[in-house]
Design a protein around this ligand. Structure first.
Ligand code: SF4
Length: 422
């Protein structure tokens, strides 16, 4: 979307009061996300009210899923389109409201150096050490709680050449880490071998330091990919596995129409830790699915105790229209779900605090994400950008985003760390 916008001369503004457009990329995954979308639209509408010429454009999953409601119930929105048209964003907005203001695009292009002109993504990711790169879209899994396939459609992958080209553009703009994102990464190319081939192709992008695989469904394909790493030379792959289990009770997993069980998940986590030494695991759990009992939650607690994922995202179930889960009996009351989320979170946080304490004194390879006057914000290879913790370092050397340094950990807070360059 950003590539398309910059191609049409639209540039990013840091100030919503003086911008020509409010462009809101929306989510409709669960109830909380929908509420956040509506709050964001209303917040932008408030600013727009003060500036007659501003336009409010809503894009993404919410506007795809609720196109009709956006038209009838959100008159503040001047124009909207769904996820399938991201790549045409610039042309669509240009044809609806006229081309990007000439003065704006000229001033911006005058400011651009030759290097910036080389890469169409430069103005977007300028200064960023990492960027997400989408490898596929849609999902055929059919989990009974999930509305994503309804509005993202059937699984389809993006060709290797396109992904490599995008990564090259990003690297030319200074990005040093790409995070491979999708709804279902291990289905890429139809076989674990195809996913491994993609990783190999990305290794050819010279200036990239790190490649991170995200959203690996915990099944045989992820096992095959992890096993396949032994036969490939993939030194840029970070020691990190993100694999959402969603529950640990077999009964709940089947109700959610997901495969696997505690033993299988534990085996996958152990495999990641052995084939990618130093690996840390992120998983997610959805609590409050219809029919869930305290005994099922006990299984989640036991699983966390046994398998010790280093990072955990907890979601509260919300019935999503159009999904099989929404019509199931025994819906769990919201306050019961909230209590269960708190119970699991507290157990995880106790474990996490001990782990943070153990990191003190250890040395890690870190990437510089941001340099400020007083400090540097860096990140261990074991931490994903924008999801996991960071390491704060004193600003003692001339470093730039994307540089790699060795850091000794000196202290910790709840999720973040402090350290010194060694
Ligand atoms: S695998 Fe993920 S995106 Fe696909 S249906 Fe299940 S939860 Fe939704």
């Amino acid at each position: 979307m950003e590539r398309s916008l910059s191609g049409e001369g639209f540039t990013r503004s840091d100030n919503p009061e003086t911008a020509d457009f409010h462009l809101i990329n929306s989510c409709a995954f669960i109830e909380d996300a929908k509420m956040e979308t509506i709050r964001t639209v209303l917040g932008a509408a408030k600013i727009k009210k003060k500036h007659k010429n501003q336009k409010l454009v809503l894009v993404g999953c919410f506007s795809e899923r609720y196109a009709e409601n956006v038209r009838t119930d959100l008159p503040e929105v001047d124009f909207s389109f769904g996820t399938g048209r991201y790549h045409e964003a610039g042309a669509l907005i240009g044809s609806k409201f006229g081309p990007a203001s000439k003065s704006q695009s000229e001033t911006e292009s005058e400011k651009r150096s030759d290097t910036e002109r080389l890469s169409p993504l430069f103005s977007i990711v300028k200064g960023a050490s990492f960027a997400p790169v989408k490898i596929s879209d849609g999902c055929d899994r059919g989990c009974s709680f999930c509305a994503i396939p309804i509005f993202r459609g059937k699984f389809r992958d993006i060709p290797v050449a396109t992904i490599v080209q995008e990564s090259r553009d990003l690297a030319a703009s200074g990005v040093r880490e790409v995070c491979l994102v999708s709804q279902d990464s291990n289905s890429y190319g139809g076989s674990p071998g195809a996913f491994l081939d993609l990783l190999e192709a990305l290794h050819e992008v010279e200036d990239l330091h790190w490649i991170r695989m995200l959203y690996m469904y915990p099944d045989g394909k992820t096992e095959a990919i992890l096993n396949g790493l032994a036969n490939r030379s993939l030194p840029k792959l970070v020691p990190y596995l993100e694999s959402p289990i969603q529950h640990a009770s077999t009964r709940m997993l089947r109700a959610m129409r997901r495969i696997g069980d505690r033993e299988r998940f534990q085996a996958i986590f152990s495999l990641a830790r052995s084939v990618l030494p130093g690996s840390e695991v992120r998983t997610s759990v959805l609590l409050g699915f219809p029919g869930e009992t305290d005994a099922d939650v006990e299984e989640v607690l036991e699983f966390i105790e046994e398998s010790r994922p280093e990072k955990l995202a907890l979601f509260s179930y919300s019935p999503e229209e159009g999904t099989p889960g929404a019509t199931l009996p025994d819906q769990v009351p919201t306050e019961v779900t909230r209590e269960r989320v708190n119970r699991v979170r507290n157990a995880f946080l106790l474990q996490h605090a001990n782990r943070q304490r153990d990191l003190v004194g250890q040395t890690f390879r870190c990437m510089v994400d941001e340099t400020q006057d007083q400090e540097i914000i860096a990140r261990r290879a074991q931490d994903a950008p924008e999801a996991d913790g960071v390491v704060y370092l004193p600003n003692s050397r001339l470093l730039s985003p994307g540089d790699l340094v060795n850091v000794q950990i000196t202290g910790f807070a709840e999720f973040d760390l402090t350290g010194v360059i060694v």
